[in-house]
Design a protein around this ligand. Structure first.
Ligand code: CA
Length: 225
C-alpha cells in the first residue's frame, strides 16, 4: 500500500510542486494550508509522514509539532525558510525527525522523506548496530557477541536510543521514558547513566563510539562512518 504524506504548506505553488514529486515517487499526498486544521486531520487520518512548514496562518509549525507529539510519533520533517532557524528549533526539542531549509529542490525533499521512513523502519541499520541484541524480558544486552553488564536504567537508555537510532533524544525525553513515576531527576543523572553505558560499550567494543552527544540538545545512537 502507498505511504501517505501530509504536506502542510501555505504557498500553493510549493505545495503542488512537492505533491507532484512525491506522487511521482509513489506516495499518496494530502495538502493542508492552514495551521489550525492539521492536528484534527492527523488524528483522523494517521499519515505515514508529515512535511511541516514553520510559518503558517492560524498556528505555527512549532506549536503544531509539539501538539502532534502529544498523541503521535508519526515522522515529522520541519520545513523552514532560514538555516539559522534550525539551531533554535533543535534547541526547542520538538521531536521532529529532520529539518529542511527553503529554498530546496523537490528531489532533495523526496530523498529526505524516503530516508526518514527507511530509518523509522530500521532499513538503514549498519552492521555494528545490527550486532546489538536486546532481550527485554531479561534486561540483557550484547554487542557484537559481547555481553554488556548493564543496570536496569542503562538497559532502558540503550533500548530507547537503539529503537529510535539516528534520532536525537533530549535528556527530558529520555527521563520521561525511563522514570514513569514522575520523580524529579536532574539532567546530570541522565548524563551520568549515559557515561556509564558508554563505558560498558567501549569495554565490549573498544574502538567504536555509537552513542553521540548532540551539543545543547541530547543524545543519539548511530554508528560513525
Ligand atoms: Ca509558510
Amino acid at each position: 500500500m502507498s505511504q501517505r504524506v501530509l504536506i502542510v504548506e501555505d504557498e500553493p505553488k510549493l505545495a503542488s510542486l512537492l505533491s507532484d514529486y512525491l506522487q511521482q515517487s509513489g506516495f499518496v499526498t494530502e495538502k493542508i494550508d492552514n495551521g489550525l486544521e492539521v492536528e484534527s486531520w492527523v488524528k483522523e487520518n494517521s499519515p505515514d509522514l508529515i512535511l511541516l512548514d514553520l510559518m503558517l496562518p492560524g498556528k505555527d509549525g512549532v506549536e503544531i509539532c509539539k501538539a502532534i507529539r502529544g498523541f503521535s510519533s508519526v515522522p515529522i520533517i520541519m520545513v523552514t525558510a532560514r538555516v539559522e532557524e534550525v539551531d533554535r528549533l533543535l534547541g526547542l526539542e520538538l521531536g521532529a525527525d529532520d529539518y529542511i531549509c527553503k529554498p530546496f529542490s523537490p528531489r532533495e525533499v523526496v530523498a529526505r522523506v524516503k530516508a526518514v521512513l527507511r530509518r523509522q523502519q530500521g532499513g538503514t541499520i549498519s552492521p555494528l548496530i545490527r550486532g546489538i541484541v536486546l532481550d527485554e524480558s531479561r534486561y540483557k544486552a550484547s554487542i557484537a557477541g559481547h555481553e554488556l553488564v548493564l543496570t536496569a536504567v542503562e538497559f532502558q537508555l540503550l533500548n530507547i536510543l537503539f529503537t529510535g537510532q539516528g534520532r536525537i533524544y533530549s535528556r527530558e525525553q529520555l527521563m520521561d521514558h525511563i522514570y514513569s513515576d514522575n520523580r524529579v531527576v536532574s539532567d546530570r543523572t541522565i548524563d551520568s547513566h549515559i557515561k556509564k553505558l558508554r563505558k560498558r560499550i567501549s569495554e565490549a567494543v573498544p574502538d567504536k563510539e555509537i552513542i553521540h552527544s548532540v551539543y545543547g540538545v541530547g543524545y543519539k545512537l548511530e554508528e560513525n562512518i
